[in-house]
Design a protein around this ligand. Sequence first.
Ligand code: PLP
Length: 393
Amino acid sequence: MRSDPLRYLADELDSLRQQGLYRQLRVLDGEQKAHASFDHRSVVNLSSNNYLGLTTHPALRERALDATRAFGVGSGSVRPIAGTLSLHMELERKLAEFKQTEATVVFQSGFAANAGTVSAILGKDDFIVSDELNHASIIDGARLSRATIKVFPHRDARAARAIVAALPRDRRTVIITDGVFSMDGDIGALPELCDVADEFGCIMMVDDAHASGVFGRNGRGTVDHFGLHGRVDVQVGTLSKAIGVLGGYVAGSKALIEFLYHRARPFLFSTSHPPAVPAACLAAIHVLETEPQLIERLWDNTRFFKGGLQALGFNTGVSESPITPVIVGDATRAVRLSDELFQAGVFAQAIGFPTVARDKARVRTIVTATHTPDDLQFALDCFGRVGRALGVI
Ligand SMILES: Cc1ncc(COP(=O)(O)O)c(C=O)c1O
């Protein structure tokens, strides 16, 4: 009989179990909402990126259904062959207007947007100067580009400057930061990094996945939040989080976008979104423009919940956004806290290595605009009770 050549994978999984890092997937039984059913248990959901509650917004649902009726369920091709629908073009025009850039290109996901862009615009003779906590998709794009990766300590623009100053001037350099860091909820050193980019003629890039729909006027992101229009060459956003649907996009100059149409590999080699996706995204941007109260409510809820966790004595790190980590340290303890919260009726996922450093395991919370004060108070009560029982506070 043939021996299993993948046997080592089972061994790896056993090792994860022993380290307390093995996770069962929680399965959502219904809609992705502030109150949701996971594994057939009704919980206050603090684990989604559905910041504005748009996953179930009636306007998005209707536009998606209309588009499905009118155009069918699939696009049938990659964008450069036969898979560019009028809806894709309409969404790209709308996003460019919203972001106040010349053009945008939409990718299948934020991951594809980052990885596809970094790998397309840089080559092996170039340099990438990257915050140490930047998202995995930036790192993968950097590796694919074969450019030399230089990492600077988190948010340390002076260290970034020192790195850039020592690089050869005749090579291309891109400085990259997340707009909002997904595991700590703090904001990238964007204004200071823009200064470095200006001083040394670098390309400036920001990954605004968690800032899209959250920061800036009507959710235009960190470039708008900091008033840096015209100083960031490559802005990546996601349509999968606050926008409530799926996809990622790059906003920038017409030349950048046309180049990505020709060279970004996810754009060239992977089928485009089905009609329902751009249609729902268009409806979402309309909601951002016409229902600013959603973003206000998101921030009210953020202040209430973050303040409540801090008053209970939890270590919430350095968060400045609706992402509030409850840092526990040990991975087994973080998993235990998450599991017991779940039994109590609150879903807040534990995050461990390799997503965060080994000694920085945490339970990550994200409030949304659609949580009620009762939901949040209930969650705080559960956090207090379970946190005390486990000796976390
Ligand atoms: C900072 C950051 N960038 C990019 C992405 C990828 O976005 P998407 O989920 O649309 O692929 C994520 C999502 O996990 C993220 O947190």
